[in-house]
Design a protein around this ligand. Structure first.
Ligand code: TYM
Length: 324
């Protein structure tokens, strides 16, 4: 196996849900354990592009940190840090802002969606979000960026940035590709036309209690007829494929084919499977949250490791573009 450099992050804007887990964290842990050179960080600077409260931001950041570790990110194997601790990210983002055409930023789907849903706060950071994300990525010169499907457009844009920079100033950056085991977009339980997101009651959180998982799944939109295929039902099947057994998947597919799929039974099975899957995780996360000093120490050590690489990249960039 050729050792690759891998970079990815999650915004610190709320507790992580099972879409974040399947789209990001689960693959990260696999890549880390395969021995790749991994950088995983918490995008707290991206977390402030949408409305936030300061005390919630710091609480969410610690929560996400405990989530990474409880899900299997090992700070001995991966470089694990907070984005805001590495000042070089914001500097490189500024440089990229001066390279990226406004039109590239304005056509980003996430910018269009978020400016619709946060009409009261369409700030400039929301627009230049992908420049910071390109900086997060390119700083560590990775070959792959493991993300869910919704972030592929941003990773593509980081390739555009790398190309533009290299063409103009000489080669510094590789063009990273998106890493996905298979394209993955877990949908909202309440509105299966939308992706599952950190806000609202339509997401199953990784640390939801078994009762909470069951309550949320009971309300999930399905279809009017038992044999019918609908986006809501497809979403439940996709979750069952990830969290259930092969036998369960085959059993419910058979029921569906015969036109007598019982949604309540499918939901109960899925609720049980998800609750069991995250049982150890819930316990570990609680233990970690009770040790904020330990979390701070781990994040400090990770930042020291990331900073060494970030400083070297920024020095190279500055030399290329003539900044003294
Ligand atoms: P964020 O916090 O929105 O999402 C974190 C990761 O979870 C994936 N994801 C999903 N996957 C499947 N189904 C869903 N419903 C779902 N919702 C979220 C996302 O694709 C992502 O992989 N911009 C990034 C954070 C970021 C970043 C980076 C990522 C900042 N800098 C550099 C990679 C590299 C974001 O919004 O993540």
């Amino acid at each position: 196996m050729e050792k690759q450099t891998i970079v990815s992050g999650v915004r610190a804007s709320g507790k992580l849900h099972i879409g974040n887990y399947l789209g990001a964290l689960q693959q990260w842990v696999e890549l880390q354990n395969q021995g790749h050179n991994c950088y995983f960080f918490i995008a707290d600077l991206h977390g402030i592009t949408t409305p936030f409260k300061p005390d919630e931001l710091s609480q969410n950041t610690l929560d996400v940190a405990a989530t990474y570790l409880a899900a299997g990110i090992d700070p001995e194997k991966s470089v694990f840090f907070l984005q805001n601790h590495i000042l070089e990210h914001a500097t490189l983002a500024w440089i990229f802002n001066c390279i990226l055409p406004l039109s590239e930023l304005e056509r980003m789907t996430q910018f269009k969606d978020k400016s619709k849903s946060h009409k009261e706060n369409i700030n400039a950071g929301l627009l230049t979000y992908p420049a910071l994300m390109a900086a997060d990525i390119l700083m560590y010169k990775p070959s792959a960026v493991p993300v869910g499907e919704d972030q592929t457009q941003h990773v593509e844009l980081s390739r555009v940035v790398a190309r533009k920079f290299n063409n103009r100033f000489g080669k510094v950056f590789p063009e990273p590709h998106t890493f996905m085991r298979k394209p993955l977009r877990i949908m909202s339980l309440a509105d299966p036309a939308k992706k599952m997101s950190k806000t609202g009651d339509e997401a199953i959180l990784m640390d939801d209690s078994p009762a909470e998982i069951s309550r949320k799944l009971k309300k999930a939109v399905t279809a009017s007829e038992a044999g019918h295929k609908s986006p809501g039902v497809e979403n439940l099947f996709s979750l069952l494929e990830h969290f259930g057994s092969k036998e369960e998947v085959a059993f419910f597919h058979d029921q569906q084919k015969q036109g007598n799929l019982k949604f309540s039974e499918l939901k109960e099975t899925l609720a049980k499977d998800i609750a069991v899957y995250f049982e150890n995780f819930r316990e570990k996360k609680q233990e970690l949250l009770a040790r904020p000093d330990y979390l701070a120490k781990i994040l400090g050590q990770g930042a020291d490791r990331a900073r060494t690489v970030a400083q070297a990249t920024l020095t190279e960039v500055k030399q290329k573009i003539g900044l003294l």
